[in-house]
Design a protein around this ligand. Structure first.
Ligand code: FAD
Length: 310
């Protein structure tokens, strides 16, 4: 089981400063007014023309330009993306992909949602500290099957960890996610690789095809989905998906895409800026809250003792 952050890759080649793309829209749009003579080579007339189209709501002209983006997101976000009917999609198939094969690293890959990032970080730090703690490993309390929680209790008894409620909650949330999908991953991988295996029911389960085994897979599974849409539809998608009512994971990926795209192609997406700024302000606050707690930044030595919930 692997965790990755969501990401995207813009598959369409975009010219320097997006001038070629803007000029293409201008060339198409000026047919309306038969004002092709006003086109300037440097793209400045295109910028003004496209801004005028958007201001006046003549957005059908923007349909002459399109973009293809490959997203790596969780399957729930992919489900939301395919609701955009004006776009075209190609998605990784859980019917044909067998995640036990070498090209997938023989394993399932999950999206690490932002709300679990802190817990994930804490988990990795504790796991690393645990692996390097010679004193712990030679203590009578140590067992090879120990979890991070066993180690926390050990450190706690040694008075090396102080209170830190936020840290504890985040670790528990992450471990809950991790242990559940670990079980699911093992079941999936066993059924698609083994010709048969013994279950708790003392029966033999025959090998499953990926399309059968996929019923076990959770929404957190990472998937690749390629989306092609014209600029008008991308603007519509940004307006719905960068907005604060969209799912936080959707806001994260779409606001990030907007930030990159708006630098590559000026004017076309610029008026969505306020929405993205609102997200960035919130996110900045949220991320600061998530990563800047003293117990994480200064390492396990200074970790504070968790308050153990009843
Ligand atoms: C915050 C949020 C919460 C949501 N919650 C839910 C939910 O709980 N359940 C749920 O099922 N969905 C939900 N959705 C999905 C939502 O209902 C839309 O399916 C999705 O946002 C696609 O939007 P759209 O139809 O405007 O856009 P697109 O399909 O991208 O179409 C673009 C535009 O083309 C036009 N258009 C497209 N098809 C037609 C048509 N057949 N007839 C007329 N005009 C058309 C419309 O003007 C439309 O806005 C949610 C979306 C958001 C953003």
């Amino acid at each position: 089981m692997k965790f990755i952050d969501p990401s995207f890759d813009i598959l369409t080649d975009i010219s320097d400063g997006g001038i070629k793309e803007l000029k293409h829209i201008e060339r198409c749009g000026r047919v309306s007014y038969r004002s092709e003579d006003k086109i300037t080579e440097d793209g400045e007339s295109a910028k003004k023309f496209v801004a005028m189209l958007i201001k006046n709501g003549h957005e059908s002209v923007l349909e002459h330009g399109s973009l293809t983006v490959e997203f790596t997101v969780d399957r729930a976000i992919a489900n939301e993306l395919v609701r955009h009917r004006m776009a075209s999609f190609t998605q990784e198939s859980t019917r044909y992909c067998n995640y036990s094969k070498d090209k997938f690293g023989g394993d399932l890959t999950y999206i690490l949602p932002f709300y679990l990032k802190h817990g994930y970080d804490v988990y990795n730090r504790i796991t690393e500290a645990m692996a390097n703690d010679v004193e712990y490993k030679s203590s009578v309390l140590y067992s090879e099957d120990d979890t991070v929680f066993d180690y926390i209790y050990y450190k706690n008894s040694n008075r090396a960890i102080d209170n830190c409620q936020e840290w504890w909650d985040d670790l528990c949330k992450f471990c809950n996610y991790r242990s559940t999908i670990d079980e699911v991953s093992k079941s999936y991988l066993t059924t698609v690789t083994a010709p048969g295996y013994f279950t708790d029911m003392e029966g033999v389960v025959p090998e499953s095809t990926p399309e059968e085994a996929r019923f076990l897979l959770p929404l957190g599974l990472a998937t690749k989905i390629v989306v092609t849409a014209n600029y008008r539809e991308w603007r519509h998608i940004f307006k719905l998906r960068c907005e604060k009512h969209a799912h936080p994971e959707m806001q994260r990926i779409m606001c990030s895409l907007w930030l990159v795209l708006n630098r590559k192609i000026p004017v076309v997406f610029d008026d969505i800026r306020d929405m993205v700024n609102e997200y960035l302000d919130d996110d900045q606050g949220l991320m600061n809250g998530l990563v800047a707690t003293d117990c994480v930044n200064i390492g396990l030595r200074y970790f504070r003792k968790p308050t153990i919930k009843e």
